[in-house]
Design a protein around this ligand. Structure first.
Ligand code: FAD
Ligand code: MG
Length: 297
C-alpha cells in the first residue's frame, strides 16, 4: 500500500483530518481539485479566531502547517474513481495517476445549484448568499431579499429580519398558508408574489416581471446542494436526505456504510460551515486513525 490514508479534498475538513493523522506520523496523501465552496466570497465569518479573513488565506495557512509534517504529500488533481482492493483501496485521478491506501477519506464538500434567475450566479458570494450568520452582519441593516426556492425558504425569511428589513420574493416557488402569512407579518416581512425577472445593479436589486424594482443590498437564497464528484456513489456509500439535498451517511467515527471509507465536512452533514468542517475533520481523522489500529476489514 502506498499510503495509510488518501484524503480526497484538501480544504478545511480534509486538512483538519489530515493534521490529526500527520501528527500520528501516518502516511497521508491529500488530493485536491482546488474548488472550495466559499471561493466566491472575499471574506469568511463566524469562525472563532479567523473572523473576517479571506477564505483562501485560512486554507493556505492550514495547508502550510499541514505540509510541514514529513509523512504527508499533496497532489493538485481530481480523484475520479476508487474501488476496494485487497484490504484497502485503489484510487485513480483525472491526471491518470493511480494510488493505493488502507483507508479513504472523502472530504470533497458539496456544490451549490442556484435557481436559474438571470444575474444571480455572478453575484453569488458578493451580494447573493445562503448563510445569514456568514454574511448578514456586513449588510449593515440595509434592505434584504429572500428568494424562495422551496418550503425551507419560509425559515430563511423568518430569520432574516434580525439582519435588516426583509422582502420575501415568492417567485412561484412557495405559497405561504394563512398561518405562515401571519408569522411573516409578525416578523415584519414584506411579501412579493410577482415573479422575479432578473437581479441587477451594483448590489442585488430584484426586477419583477412587471418592471418594478425592489432595491436590495443583499439577497439570500437556499440552493440545492449536491455531494461533489462521484467517488461515494461508485464506492457504494449510502446517502441520507437533508432538507437541501443528500449527504453521505456515516456513524459516530465518520465511517460510511462501506467499511474503511470515511467522510467529513459539508459532504457529511445537512448544513456546513468552516468551523463545523474543521471540527468534523478532527472527528474523522481520529476515526480513521483508530480504525487503522483496531479494525481489520
Ligand atoms: P470545501 O471547502 O468545499 O472543500 C472541498 C474540496 O474538495 C475542494 O477543494 C474541492 O475542489 C475538493 N474536491 C471535490 N471533489 C474532489 C475530488 N473528487 N478529488 C479531489 N478533490 C476534490 N462558511 C463559514 O463558516 N463562513 C462563511 O463566511 C462562509 N461563507 C460562504 C460563502 C459562500 C458563497 C458559500 C457557498 C459558502 C460559505 N461558507 C461559509 C460555507 C463553507 O464554504 C463550507 O461549509 C466549507 O467550505 C466546507 O468545507 P469542506 O472542507 O467540507 O469543503
Ligand atoms: Mg468500524
Amino acid at each position: 500500500m502506498d499510503y495509510d490514508v488518501i484524503i480526497a479534498g484538501g480544504s478545511y475538513a480534509g486538512l483538519s483530518a489530515g493534521l490529526q493523522l500527520a501528527r500520528a506520523r501516518r502516511r497521508v496523501l491529500v488530493i485536491d481539485a482546488g474548488q472550495r465552496r466559499n471561493r466566491f466570497a472575499a471574506t469568511s465569518h463566524g469562525f472563532l479566531g479567523q473572523d473576517g479573513r479571506a477564505p483562501g488565506d485560512i486554507a493556505e495557512d492550514a495547508r502550510r502547517q499541514f505540509m510541514a509534517y514529513p509523512t504527508v504529500q499533496w497532489l493538485a488533481d481530481c480523484a475520479v474513481s476508487a474501488r476496494k482492493e485487497g484490504d484497502g483501496f485503489s484510487l485513480e485521478t483525472a491526471g491518470g495517476q493511480c494510488y493505493s491506501a488502507r483507508r479513504l477519506l472523502l472530504a470533497t464538500g458539496v456544490t451549490d445549484e442556484l435557481p436559474a434567475v438571470q444575474g444571480l450566479a455572478e453575484r453569488w458570494g458578493t451580494s447573493v448568499f445562503h448563510c445569514p450568520y456568514c454574511h448578514g452582519y456586513e449588510l449593515e441593516q440595509g434592505p434584504i431579499g429572500v428568494l424562495a426556492t422551496s418550503q425551507m425558504s419560509l425559515h430563511h425569511a423568518l430569520m432574516l429580519p434580525d439582519w435588516g428589513p426583509t422582502t420575501f420574493l415568492l417567485n412561484g416557488a412557495f405559497e405561504p398558508d394563512p398561518e405562515q402569512r401571519a408569522s411573516l407579518e409578525r416578523r415584519g416581512v414584506t411579501l412579493v408574489s410577482q415573479r422575479v425577472r432578473r437581479i441587477e445593479g451594483e448590489r442585488a436589486d430584484a426586477v419583477l416581471v412587471d418592471g418594478r424594482v425592489v432595491a436590495l443590498d443583499g439577497l439570500f437564497v437556499l440552493p440545492r446542494t449536491r455531494v461533489a464528484g462521484t467517488l461515494a456513489a461508485t464506492l457504494g456509500c449510502d446517502f441520507e436526505d437533508g432538507p437541501l439535498g443528500v449527504f453521505i451517511q456515516s456513524d459516530m467515527t465518520r465511517e460510511t456504510s462501506v467499511p474503511g471509507v470515511f467522510v467529513c465536512g459539508d459532504a457529511a452533514m445537512p448544513f456546513g460551515s468552516v468551523a463545523l468542517a474543521v471540527g468534523d475533520g478532527v472527528r474523522a481523522g481520529s476515526g480513521v486513525h483508530r480504525s487503522l489500529i483496531f479494525d481489520t476489514h
